[in-house]
Design a protein around this ligand. Structure first.
Ligand code: FAD
Length: 388
């Protein structure tokens, strides 16, 4: 059961007010301090932001893919670090459980993720296994009713603050590639699990990203998601496929914000005796950006609706992620250009967003990996000449 359109309209209104009144005023401070104030995190919990995608029966809002996309487009109109604080719980860090978890696992973890009592993270990437995640080297060795997990995960969003880690490890000896990998639910405090300090990074300050180190980390066999040993990679792909639509929404919000900022600046900045908005080459930057925003938004919402209708949108989700992340990068680049020298100076909105959105083209599948996927699927769908 998804929320009714009236209830959803109210929720969206609440989110919009939170973004405008409480997040945007703190953007500069969070960028400088590299930390989101705990009082704001409490507000996120109170507003239910941690549980938007989690089914209502487990304490979430149970939004449809389309509703979640609309929320993502709103929340990402403030610096994307705010959304990163709760976005794992209502995305990649809960989706494996929602898709494949046993009833007992769902009852144990989803209410705590939905309320924001704990923060989740999705630990797939390793130093030698990035785009080729199937090359992971983390192993889970069976010992009676338990497994001992050993390995090192890198670049994991929210690892330094997470209470629950979905860790992907090879549990079936003698397997290679996507086969033989299991998804384990590991709680902070489990002996053998360590999280070093967060990295310093180019942007998205306030969103801690770090390593997860596992040294014979001992978990019970019931910690395998869905009680499905060796099926973890399928679970990961289910989570990532939905997440690509979420992320495309999150790329669209910043571009909307930047178009607004460009229009405002162009109307007030005077050169050659008139506002720069009067110059057609400046207008071109605004027009191209706004057109691309509309194209991304339409693609994301159409794909979300198809997913809600039960269609396989694996290729379309890749297209959404590729197009929206590249679009957002182009819009941020134009925003810096339109702001002129001030767009290059620290704390200018275009400068901050330019750094923040650079990540979108890198994680959850780089643009190159999505291009490869889209090409492969497009060619597979096409019928050989003469067979039409
Ligand atoms: C801030 C941040 C947060 C992240 N959060 C998470 C997280 O929460 N959980 C998680 O598991 N991971 C996370 N990641 C990891 C992210 O998903 C990987 O960085 C990404 O998959 C790319 O892997 P890589 O960095 O090893 O690059 P590589 O795979 O080494 O790629 C390097 C370059 O080679 C290109 N390339 C690689 N293979 C091909 C190919 N077949 N064809 C064409 N080009 C190719 C890539 O496109 C890229 O340009 C995060 C990363 C960052 C930076």
């Amino acid at each position: 059961m998804y929320p009714s359109s009236e209830d959803f309209a109210q929720l969206l209104q609440q989110v919009r007010a939170f973004v405008v009144d409480e997040c945007i005023p703190l953007e500069q401070q969070v960028d400088q301090d590299d930390e989101i104030p705990e009082s704001l995190v409490q507000r996120m919990r109170a507003l239910g932001l941690f549980g938007h995608s989690i089914p209502q029966v487990y304490g979430g809002a149970g939004l449809s893919t389309e509703q979640l996309a609309r929320v993502n487009i709103e929340v990402s109109q403030a610096a994307t670090t705010f959304r990163a604080r709760f976005g794992g719980n209502t995305g990649i860090a809960s989706e494996s459980l929602v898709a494949d978890g046993t009833e007992a696992q769902k009852r144990r973890w989803l209410p705590r993720l939905a309320s924001g009592e704990i923060t989740g993270c999705f630990a797939l990437t390793e130093p030698e296994a990035g785009s080729d995640a199937t090359a992971l080297q983390t192993v889970a060795v069976r010992d009676g009713d338990h497994y001992e997990i050993t390995g090192r995960k890198c670049f994991i969003t929210n690892a330094p603050i997470a209470g629950l880690f979905t860790v992907f490890a090879r549990s079936e000896p003698g397997t290679v590639g996507a086969k033989g990998v299991s998804a384990f639910l590991v709680e902070r405090g489990t002996p053998g699990l360590h999280t070093p300090a967060a990295y310093r990074k180019m942007g998205q300050h306030g969103s801690p990203v770090g390593e997860v180190v596992l040294e014979r980390c001992r978990v019970h066999a019931s910690a395998i998601v869905g009680d499905l040993p060796g099926q973890g990679f399928r679970t990961a792909m289910k989570a990532l496929n939905k997440q690509r639509i979420n992320l495309a929404g999150l790329c669209t919000g910043p571009a909307i914000r930047l178009v607004d900022e460009m229009v405002r600046f162009a109307a007030t900045r005077q050169q050659f005796g008139e506002p720069i908005a009067a110059f057609q080459l400046v207008q071109q930057m605004i027009a191209e950006s706004n057109t691309e925003v509309h194209a991304a938004r339409a693609l994301v919402l159409e794909t979300a609706r198809k997913r809600d209708a039960g269609e396989d949108v694996t290729m379309e989700a890749s297209m959404c992620k590729l197009y929206a992340s590249e679009m957002c990068g182009r819009v941020a680049d134009r925003a810096v250009q339109l702001f002129g020298g001030s767009g290059y100076i620290a704390n200018n909105v275009a400068e901050r967003f330019y750094r923040d959105v650079r990540l979108f083209r890198l994680y959850e599948g780089t643009s190159q990996i999505h291009l490869v996927n889209i090409a492969r699927r497009t060619m597979a769908r096409a019928q050989p000449a003469g067979q039409a």
